[in-house]
Design a binder for this molecule. Sequence first.
Ligand SMILES: [Mn+2]
Length: 265
Amino acid sequence: MTASDTPRKLIIGVSPRILRQVPRELGFRGKTLQYLEQSVAQWVMALDAVVFMVPTVERESLIRRAHVDIPDIVAALDGLILQGGADIDPSAYGEAPTHTVGAVDVLRDRFELDLLRAFAAAGKPVFGICRGMQLINVAFGGTLHQDLRADGATPASHVHAELYDEHKHPLRLDPRTWIGAIYGDTDEGWVNSIHHQGVKALGRGVVAGAWSDDGVIEAIRVESPGFVVGVQWHPEFHDGRDVDLLAADPLMQAFLDAAEAARGR
Ligand SMILES: [Mn+2]
């Protein structure tokens, strides 16, 4: 057996967060940063896949003239992870923003929507984390609560500034769904919670599979061939230190298994 007989490792793309107002002490005066919080990348690599960051292509910029575009990115990768981050501009789901919406980034919204639709159309898996899950719902025509509490969706807070990723709540899983199957030996658990928005109306063919104890949708899957899924919590922060929290690796393994299956087709 030679090196060429060894199948190459899966290559997973992660879309970056964008920082347009860079703190002075970091330098980069007047520049925009696209960045990756390392936990996501470390989580993927721990399960033996290669991770590349996929910088946002700004349509009006010089990069566009280099003719690198969505199909080139889809062709180069076996799967896509959409990270958490800023609120989605409500115009993406046909609403006017209320005062509860935080900073938005329309360019990132547009790029990630195009990217995820292209991966889904190519039959390559997409895994959305927090904002990424919300974006999947929006991509298929769903809507969001611009703020869960202000909308009256729940009296409980799904975000806690001081506790940050130590803020958690119980989760109920539907055993008949993909997420229920992953955690087959239990239909409940705990997850962290670092979000103030959430799914309102589900998109076309989007199915919920997990809910918080106060009824907020916490996991979805697009009901189509392929594997387009999202979770509202941040599994990349479930590092085993809090034994109450659902193990993260079964989720990532399911995503990588889907990427391997898609590669074989
Ligand atoms: Mn939550």
